[in-house]
Design a protein around this ligand. Structure first.
Ligand SMILES: CC(C)(COP(=O)(O)OP(=O)(O)OC[C@H]1O[C@@H](n2cnc3c(N)ncnc32)[C@H](O)[C@@H]1OP(=O)(O)O)[C@@H](O)C(=O)NCCC(=O)NCCS
Length: 164
């Protein structure tokens, strides 16, 4: 598996993964009418996007950039998606590790995830094992497709910088 920068020609494959994850209704705060143009602007706008490519084609992706502009721009944020058929094979871990290295190289001081659904065990477990802490919990912030209202976590990890 290779992780490389996303190209515009990857858009269709990335969109299919996004649609599958949205349809599950258990991880992302987007409704079923989330459209391709909004997806394009999120993934090919100001954020850097990367894809995981295996023999089968594109199996995962992430985007990352500053969590906030200006005086918040030293903290990065990222979103990861792995194709449902390819989950549980280490691709997610590889994407998070890749993004942490990119964030570190770019001089960010921390990485923050603003909205991790508390019942999303693969995501919460993976982030914890890679050094993220739950620094806050938003009560019943997510309307889960099967479980109804569930909590969402804010997760945070410091990154070492040259000035540390
Ligand atoms: C979260 C996600 C990115 C993880 O990617 P993945 O390729 O499935 O994850 P990996 O195979 O790398 O597994 C990551 C870890 O989670 C663990 N894991 C996998 N499935 C699990 C489950 N159902 N429950 C608990 N832990 C699980 C693995 O054992 C692994 O642990 P390790 O790295 O310590 O060995 C992926 O499941 C996904 O795209 N989910 C839908 C979108 C999403 O939730 N994005 C994140 C939004 S915050």
């Amino acid at each position: 598996m290779q992780i490389r920068q996303a190209r515009h020609s990857d858009l269709d494959a990335m969109w299919r993964i996004c649609q599958a994850v949205i349809a599950a209704g258990d991880a992302l705060p987007f409704s079923d009418d989330f459209d391709l143009e909004t997806f394009r602007s999120h993934w090919f706008g100001s954020h850097a996007s990367f894809v995981a490519v295996a023999e089968a084609g594109i199996v995962g992706m992430y985007k990352f950039g500053a969590n906030y502009p200006g005086r918040g721009a030293h903290v990065a944020s990222a979103t990861y998606l792995v194709s449902p058929e390819a989950q549980g094979r280490g691709i997610g871990r590889a994407l998070v590790e890749h993004s942490l290295a990119r964030a570190q190289d770019a001089g960010y001081r921390a990485m923050q995830f603003n909205y991790v659904v508390s019942t999303n065990a693969p995501a919460v477990g993976l982030y914890r094992r890679l050094g993220f802490d739950v620094v806050g919990t938003l009560p019943q912030a997510f309307r889960h497709k099967q479980l109804g209202f569930v909590d969402a976590h804010v997760m945070y990890r410091h990154l070492s910088s040259q000035s540390d």
